[in-house]
Design a binder for this molecule. Structure first.
Ligand code: FES
Length: 159
């Protein structure tokens, strides 16, 4: 019998459940992967960690760092953790900046793309890595960037 696949958030909850500062770290990691903390994920954390949803809400609203809304339709997270950095992800980040005409932490004027750098997203074996709306791209090269942006533009256009 095959197991049902775990969502990214489910894995994050399992990873942090019994650790100190677990709630903040789990929310942090969700934001790193998704660019913000969607409400469904916040309630998944509350249930998975057995913490009242009100407490999760309190933490999310207390720290300015947490974003509760997507800053762009596609949130591009470029991992700048050590493994990815050593494999040249800084060049991938530069290529995204050039192609989108934005700096790190900014969104395109049409709000289609938001670019951010994040700490290790836990897939170092695939370095260098980027994550877009929860979809992981491994062994990425600067020459892949234009095609990836086009892929997302096409997705949006067909919606
Ligand atoms: S350093 Fe990039 S996934 Fe770990």
């Amino acid at each position: 019998m095959s197991e049902s696949p775990q969502s990214g958030t489910e894995k994050i909850v399992k990873k942090w459940k019994k650790k100190r500062g677990a709630l903040i770290m789990a929310l942090h990691e969700i934001q790193d992967v998704k660019g913000y903390v969607p409400w469904e994920d916040a309630s998944e954390v509350a249930i998975g960690m057995d913490i009242p949803l009100a407490r999760v809400y309190e933490v999310l609203t207390f720290y300015n760092f947490f974003k509760l809304e997507a800053p762009g339709r596609a949130v591009i997270s470029v991992c700048t953790g050590t493994a990815c950095f050593l494999k040249g992800n800084d060049q991938v980040l530069e290529e995204f900046k050039k192609e989108l005409g934005v700096s790190e932490g900014e969104s395109t004027p049409d709000k289609l793309f938001h670019l951010q750098s994040v700490r290790c997203v836990g897939c170092c074996g695939l370095a260098p890595v980027i994550v877009i709306n929860g979809k992981t791209y491994g062994r990425i090269k600067p020459s892949d960037v234009r095609g990836i942006i086009e892929e997302w533009r096409t997705n949006f256009a067909s919606e």
